[in-house]
Write a protein that binds this ligand. Sequence first.
Ligand SMILES: *[C@@H]1O[C@H](CO)[C@@H](O)[C@H](O)[C@H]1NC(C)=O
Ligand SMILES: *[C@@H]1O[C@H](CO)[C@@H](O)[C@H](O)[C@H]1NC(C)=O
Ligand SMILES: *[C@@H]1O[C@H](CO)[C@@H](O)[C@H](O)[C@H]1NC(C)=O
Ligand SMILES: *[C@@H]1O[C@H](CO)[C@@H](O)[C@H](O)[C@H]1NC(C)=O
Ligand SMILES: *[C@@H]1O[C@H](CO)[C@@H](O)[C@H](O)[C@H]1NC(C)=O
Ligand SMILES: *[C@@H]1O[C@H](CO)[C@@H](O)[C@H](O)[C@H]1NC(C)=O
Ligand SMILES: *[C@@H]1O[C@H](CO)[C@@H](O)[C@H](O)[C@H]1NC(C)=O
Length: 922
Amino acid sequence: MEIANSIILLLLISAGIGGAAQNASGRAHEVHVGVILDLGSLVGKIAITSISLALEDFYSAHQNYSTKLVLHIRDSMSDDVRAAAEALDLLENYRVETIIGPEKSSQAIFISDLGTKSHVPIISFTVTSPTISPSSLPYFVRATLNDSAQVSCIASTIKAYGWRKAVPIYEDTEYGRGIIPYLVDVLQEDNVHVPYRSVIPLSATSEQISIELYKLMTMQTRVYIVHMSSALASTLFMKAKELGMMEKGYVWIITDGVTNLIDSLHPSVVESMNGALGIQFYVPKSTKLNNFTVRWNMRYQIDNPTDPPSKLSIFGLWSYDTIWALAQAAEKVGLANATFQKPISKQKSTDLETLETSSNGPELLKEILHSTFIGLSGRFDLSDRQLAVSTFKVINVIGRGWRDIGFWTAQNGLVRKLNQSQSTRIHSSLLPDLNPVIWPGESIDIPRGFEVPANGKKLRVGVRSSGYQQFIKVEKDQITGATKATGLSVDVFEEAVKILPYAVPYEYVLFGSPEDTSSGSYDDFVYQVHLKVYDIVIGDITIRYNRTFYADFTVPYTESGIAMVVPVKDTVNKNTWIFLKPLTPGMWLGSIVFFIYTGVVVLSLEFLGNNKNVRGPIPRQLGIMIFFSLFEEKEIVERFLSRIVMIVWLCFLLVVTSSYTANLTSMLTVQQLQPTVNHIQELLKSGEIVGYHRGSYVKGLLEELGFESSKIKPYDTPDDFHNALSRGSSNGGIAALMHEVPYIKLFLANHCKGYTMVGPIYKAAGFGYALAKGNPLLGDISQAMLNVTGGDTMIQIEKKWMEYQNDCQNVGPVTGSSSLTFANFRGLFILTGAASTSSLFIALIIYAYKKQHRSTNMKNDNKQVGENRTDEENNEPQEGNQGVVTEECVQFRDGSEQVCNRNPHTSTAACNGSAANEITKS
Ligand SMILES: *[C@@H]1O[C@H](CO)[C@@H](O)[C@H](O)[C@H]1NC(C)=O
Ligand SMILES: *[C@@H]1O[C@H](CO)[C@@H](O)[C@H](O)[C@H]1NC(C)=O
Ligand SMILES: *[C@@H]1O[C@H](CO)[C@@H](O)[C@H](O)[C@H]1NC(C)=O
Ligand SMILES: *[C@@H]1O[C@H](CO)[C@@H](O)[C@H](O)[C@H]1NC(C)=O
Ligand SMILES: *[C@@H]1O[C@H](CO)[C@@H](O)[C@H](O)[C@H]1NC(C)=O
Ligand SMILES: *[C@@H]1O[C@H](CO)[C@@H](O)[C@H](O)[C@H]1NC(C)=O
Ligand SMILES: *[C@@H]1O[C@H](CO)[C@@H](O)[C@H](O)[C@H]1NC(C)=O
């Protein structure tokens, strides 16, 4: 019925177009052009109306052109063979210079080959499959985009909403398959995983579609990319709605093949698509377009009187622009002069060998590729043999229509408004800066893009018991047979999985037997992920270089490194000279030097000040000097300067002695525990025996270090380590244990007393989980683990399993004793040194001055009267103690002043004695 309809239509149109061309141009030369379309399809009908309008518009705008296009319209009836036969007929019997069409990618393969052979340009505005490449088919021109252009837009959309997995659903045709490699590539670039591809044959019944949809429902992923013809998509969405797949939580993204036609789809189909996102080619608005749309709608009604009204789509615009480009090119080449000939025979020949080549082909192709203009669809430029990527719109299907969500351009990516620069975009992990979407099920919450299906595939997590049950302990439930795992490694894993942005159901699978705790087979254990026995293995697995050849590791969740456990010893009691330790030799020396210096200074000061106490034999003077330095003795030290020196010196002594005391105290208490061995080299030199955990790779390291195999001993359990360490190397035990830091911490938590950790000696990466190479989960798990280990959760987990005792102080390396150095007290030394030296200096100046003054006085006295000589000398201003003494005398003895004056050289004792007598009298 439909076919018959369209044939009648075809005849009408052919007659109309051909007639118009002939009548309008009496003298014009005809250029024969073949048009091959599926006239029964929506795209075909839309295109035919556009093409006839295009011819009318073009030649009414260019009335004096010497060429006229004469169209030969053929219906391929959605059949590849028929399309090929029509093409051959057009080429052989009508000598067409160009073929517009075909509509389908599958048809295009053969026809564009024919075009290449006969040098006839094939221009298609619907063939989008990237597998048909203009670069390998020189006469094929794509007046549209190839499908790989929109994949970036799809990927940007998926990334904007943060979905991590997507399932393409596509028809099993050239068109459907063509996009897939490009789509998968670009999704992979954005770290979006494609866990499954759903292929639907073009001939699929609705039952087959239902079965496929049920299959998709059982999977986790809820993001679907639909790439198929509008007819199949209509069936698919109707079915999906029926099965409840257009409900909350689902995400549907429709490629432009369907979305470009969405206005022409049946309203019930559009309603079934509600909530879906679509990619659409963006056509800039123009008055020319509005005018055309009005005329097109009227013409479509006339052309298709029995059809429901349809809307103009981008295919109509591209076909319109194609005709303009072609007509212009034909005029430029002036084809009319050339080879056109009436068909020689009506008899159809299908012999490909007789296919003649068109002499105008190359020139016509060149002109078509060079014609660039602003058409109805925007800039129409075929210079790349296909349209350049411009702008896509992302739409949201709502009700019976749709609205814009955002725009995509190659430069700016996905933005809310055109002309918006990328810099204003919010970071992709936050909400995308796009118009709000009403998702399937009338939901406004952004779907997570995954669901945990009841019967979905679970992640197989390989587990095995460790010798250290705090890390991982595996048990088999006697009744259900289920594997249960507990421990720090398990907790970290479970916490990390909780944080993942999507649900990951998992189950533990036991490696070996629950009792097997030997550490020898960890390499094998990790190798199982390579063999795909497990998806991930967890436990106290050291991240090692030679394991990364067959597995990928997550980030570590423990501290890392290899260190030594050694017994600690009491160093204090054995050391007779501990009292010297608080100060460094330099400090001792400095103190002694300054001690002597200060003594000498004070002694000199007193000496210069005529203190009788300091006179006498050398030994006595030395004694006095020591005395000066240690005690502030007013009785002996008489001069004011000496007292200043003494005070500064005593300050120094006070600080040094208190520091000494404090340091000594701490050495006697805190520093009691010293590791017996400070460095691995000491063990190597002294030939002591070192232990390691049996099966651990530490053995290899020890051998590398130069330990003979007789000097290294394997042990199995922490208790064995403890026994061996406590016996010591000489009694058949070991002097030190080399182990990984996480284990050492565990060991020290339980055997806190008597051991300490020295090192780490080697760097090691710590414990992590291993996944098969390239597993997309790796990045997410690592990210989640960083969140767990960096937060409070890790502290809680460690508390739970490690049972650190708080009174265990010696966990961690012991630092060396710190004696007080000369540098610590440099300031004090400078102070006391400066005080002594400057005092000495001042005293010397005074002494010199006094001496000179006295000698001048003596000269004066010799000239003057000799009796008063002693008095005058006595009345001189005097410095130091003597002056003070005189003052005292004056103070205390009101009447007997003269006695003092008369006897200036009376000893202090005598003077003081008289004063004392005076005080007691009064
Ligand atoms: C073409 O011209 C003929 C007369 O030459 C006329 O009868 C016919 O109606 C014209 N057709 C159109 C479509 O104008
Ligand atoms: C047609 O006419 C326009 C002016 O109306 C002129 O510019 C153009 O060159 C003419 N073209 C031909 C092919 O004569
Ligand atoms: C498809 O289009 C893109 C963008 O214009 C282009 O880079 C690519 O080469 C095209 N692929 C094919 C097969 O034509
Ligand atoms: C469309 O444009 C043509 C000329 O450009 C004008 O004559 C016609 O009236 C316009 N039609 C509409 C519906 O605007
Ligand atoms: C077409 O033919 C005319 C004469 O027949 C000639 O003058 C003109 O140059 C030719 N044009 C082309 C493009 O060959
Ligand atoms: C990795 O290296 C260690 C020694 O460094 C060795 O014991 C172990 O067998 C190696 N593992 C593999 C898988 O090569
Ligand atoms: C873990 O993630 C949460 C949520 O994103 C965040 O608030 C928290 O700060 C993260 N913790 C760490 C240690 O990064």
